[in-house]
Design a protein around this ligand. Sequence first.
Ligand code: AMP
Ligand code: MG
Length: 493
Amino acid sequence: MSLLAEDTGVADLGLRWKPGFHALGPAFLTDLRPTPLPDPYWVGRSEAVARDLGLPPDWHSSHATLAALTGSLPIAGTSPFATVYSGHQFGVWAGQLGDGRAIMLGETEGGLEVQLKGAGRTPYSRGGDGRAVLRSSIREFLCSEAMHGLGIPTTRALCVTGSDARIYREEVESAAVVTRVAPSFVRFGHFEHFAANQREDELRALADYVIDRYYPACHTTERFGGNAYAAFLEAVSERTAALLAQWQAVGFCHGVMNTDNMSILGLTIDYGPFQFLDGFDPRHICNHSDTNGRYAFNQQPNVAYWNLFCLAQALLPLIGDQEVAVAALESYKTVFPNEFEGRMRAKLGLAEAAEGDRPLIEGVLKLLAAGKVDYTIFWRRLSGFMADGNVEPVRDLFLDREGFDAWMLSFSERHASTDRALAAKLMRRTNPKFVLRNHLGQQAIEASQQKDHSGVATLLAVLQTPFEEHPGADAYAGFPPDWASTIEISCSS
Ligand code: AMP
Ligand code: MG
């Protein structure tokens, strides 16, 4: 299906496109074209996303598609554009930002927006080159698919394509483009942009568009006296709370929770210096540029609330009443702890809530933190214990054996009347065997930089179904090597 009509110089992906966000008009975006990159090559592809998009099975077989997804050839039926947004970065108002290197191809008839990240400069690039380096593109690609595999809401990635074009960061690196896919890439920052510029008509148009498309129930709500915008804010707060509960339960640190990196759909978006925790350290800072630890792991739930407050501020002209806006945010404070407790209970193999669960959860987290115990391995081994009754592999992880034994006693008491086989099953589909640890990504990246992209494909296959055993892939499930702690990931990508 992927044809290059020689006379038109256009690639046809075999997809149908609809206006989508573009229909909002020029106040929201700028029409443009991606800037070509020379001699593109495939780095990684997700067939799962290709299927979701409705691409034909041979979608990747033509050079035209490869060129088109690297921004070097127009795609039939699309009119690419970049959108404008603003935002708070590291707690400070940053003014206008926008898609500085992500170019939207459009929205498919199936309702998925497709973006090329790293496809060249836009009017919102500010000083940047509009490019993304291979290293960070592989990280975004793998992590999007890993998060989806974990059941965590996220933008997806169809593929990474590379080019040997030179990109200047701290060192010279090679370029890449990630084809990102999501129902919507609208961020809190889109709303902040029009609110800050006192453009109430555009603010309303944007809110109406997002509500119509993604939160239609808000139009007929009876909450807040039928105030659709307050109901919208509440719904976004709840989705964000649920997302944060999932991040905290799996040990995911985002690293740059600026308001322009917060999805209005409650998706994980903009993978930069993210990290899955190795040893459990609640104060872990994964972003080398975050010197004050604003986005430390244990700060994330509060930062999300702070960001929602910025969104509330932006929506205030539409909501019309400050008290109502504050009330709409309130649900975050109950949804987050409830969702978090529910997720942690499942990790403990507990299908039902009971009194005393909270101290059990807090107790284990305290123990894990005290010993900086490997977070993923602990939970997987605990799942193994539930299945076979052998506590030693779990106990071995702790130096404080006494503390562990005491916690284990209350854990076993709580499970006194549990069907252990059932609980083990629940735990094994809640506690992943595989997460995208920094060093795993790094190994795949280094091989790719030497033109061996097989590591990206192998890692992807494991991360897409991270709860399965994958015999033979145990190297991806082990402790991180010593050098893992020396990997420095910053905003520069
Ligand atoms: P981030 O923190 O990566 O989400 O990026 C913050 C802002 O900087 C966004 O508006 C990006 O589009 C923009 N940006 C980041 N890197 C580049 C780049 N290399 N060229 C142009 N804009 C960029
Ligand atoms: Mg961003």
